[in-house]
Design a protein. Structure first.
Length: 500
């Protein structure tokens, strides 16, 4: 046993991918939905434990490398784990763990009749792809894992019980295929110019040779492709319907993981592959990202305000919140990256909690129409209060996690000398207050328009437990953000100064 633990520690990076990849087929082979759900939750717990193990190792060794098959980079495929990697892995696997528990309470009630245990296989394949995108240090492997997670995601969305779920999955497939094509073209151009696919090696060769038209074109293709995957305004069209028609548990999972990993890839490629000097000094990438973010955080809340469907409204909110993260990335400074990572984590836990609460209310009432939510706060107090608390965090009210990350973002724009950016940040928060207040007004002040549900429709432990954990984390980090702020700061510093 003493020799087994160090051996496992040496393989923790690859276990982030291998464990869900190997376990996924058993969910389908066993043919039992109950067993498949149990395997899914058990796997989620294992993945979170592996992430915590990697976190402890990075405290001793800032950068952990793993050569797949013993072939050293750049000839072989290298996995690389640092503080930024652990930060994102923790976000993914924490959300995965809580979403898996929440999925137990769905009892497949919101899955289409075609859903089989293969649903849970696709669920684990999605997680394997997302984790692989984070740990790999090979540009082509990023694309491979991107396709694994994307194909699994299309399957998960199509399992919704409404007929339009299949159409939403197809629209996402088309948008995802376009985005993936641009990313693949970017990687192909980089390989053509450098002869390597290892991200660290690519960075070295680009720095030595300098930029040319091919590298510039590769950067442009990459920004477009990953922008689709991040749902960056105006490349976001796939997201509202994907979240709206996906099963509730799938919406919960995707809202806290999919776009967050795509944003991580954006950060990693801009700084570790292309280099900050090229992207933010030679190219006007900072202004492109910042201007895009301004339009997103100012315009999208008004689209959300006009929505009649609760899930679509909060889906549009996700597009707006991504804009704050993109703005932090666009600043290109340590504080900017720190603000982006903070908001990435905070939005993941808040939006996961919100969509859990939304799923509970929809399951109890049978409707997602906002105008039908009158009196809901008095009949489903816990879920309604979670939704209210999450909405206040989206606004950025003091005492919430949203305020912490937006405050760091304002500090970052002032530190860079772009103090005027504080105006659209504040305006975006005020715009968010409009659609949040609309929900509050209807749920707390309007009379009920639906017949009361049966008294037996109370919260099950698999519903209130993950909600309570997420609410506790949001409250804790909102009142005492030193831990998460320190982790985000260390991740940003390690990204910009890998040798320091």
């Amino acid at each position: 046993m003493d020799s087994l633990i160090p051996a496992l520690e040496n393989h923790l990076p690859i276990l982030q991918v291998i464990v869900p990849l190997l376990i996924a087929p058993f969910c389908m082979i066993l043919g039992s939905r109950r067993l498949a759900r149990g395997i899914m939750v058990l796997t989620a717990g294992i993945m979170l434990a592996i992430t915590l193990g990697l976190a402890s190792l990075t405290l001793q060794q800032p950068v952990i490398t793993y050569d797949l098959g013993g072939w050293a980079a750049p000839w072989g495929i290298e996995y690389r784990v640092d503080m930024l990697t652990v930060f994102i892995l923790f976000t993914i696997n924490l959300v995965h763990m809580l979403a898996s528990v929440f999925c137990l309470g769905r009892q497949d009630g919101n899955l289409g009749t075609a859903a089989r245990p293969a649903f849970y296989t696709a669920w684990l394949l999605c997680i394997a792809g997302l984790n692989g995108m984070v740990v790999t240090n090979d540009a082509f492997n990023v694309f491979v894992f991107l396709e694994i997670s994307s194909l699994a995601t299309y399957t998960l969305i199509s399992c919704g019980r409404e007929p339009l779920a299949l159409l939403s999955a197809f629209r996402y497939l088309v948008a995802g295929a376009v985005g993936a094509t641009f990313i693949l073209l970017s990687i192909g151009l980089l390989y053509m110019q450098t002869g390597t696919l290892n991200i660290s090696d690519l960075s070295r060769v680009i720095a030595e040779r300098g930029s040319d038209r091919t590298i510039i074109l590769a950067l442009a293709f990459f920004i477009i492709g990953v922008g689709v995957k991040c749902a960056v305004f105006p490349l976001h069209d796939w997201l509202p319907n994907a979240y709206r028609f996906a099963p509730d548990s799938v919406t919960v999972l995707l809202s806290g993981t999919a776009t967050k990993v795509a944003l991580y890839v954006l950060i990693r490629f801009l700084h570790d592959l292309f280099g900050a000097d090229f992207g933010f000094a030679e190219m006007p990438l900072d202004m492109v990202l910042v201007v895009t973010a301004i339009f997103g955080l100012l315009l999208v809340p008004f689209i959300a305000l006009r929505e009649s469907n609760l899930k679509r409204m909060f889906a549009w909110s996700s597009v707006a919140q991504v804009s704050y993260i993109v703005m932090g990335i666009g600043l290109g400074t340590r504080l900017g990256i720190e603000a982006a990572l903070l908001h990435l984590f905070n939005h993941a836990i808040v939006k996961t909690a919100i969509f859990m609460a939304v799923g509970i209310i929809i399951a109890r009432t049978g409707t997602a129409r906002i105008r039908h939510l009158g009196g809901m706060a008095h009949r489903h107090r816990f879920a309604s209060c979670i939704m209210l608390f999450g909405g206040l965090s989206l606004i950025g009210l003091p005492g919430t996690v949203g305020f912490v990350s937006k405050w760091v973002l304002v500090t970052a724009v002032v530190d860079k000398g772009w103090w005027w950016l504080a105006i659209p940040i504040l305006a975006g928060s005020l715009a968010s207050a409009a659609y949040v207040w609309r929900i509050v007004e209807i749920m707390w002040t309007k009379p009920a328009v639906l017949k009361p549900e049966a008294p037996a429709a109370r919260l099950h432990w698999v519903e209130w437990l993950p909600l309570s954990v997420l609410a506790g984390l949001a409250l804790w980090f909102g009142l005492n953000a030193s831990l998460i702020t320190g982790l985000a700061s260390s991740a940003a510093l390690g990204l910009l100064n890998p040798g320091g």
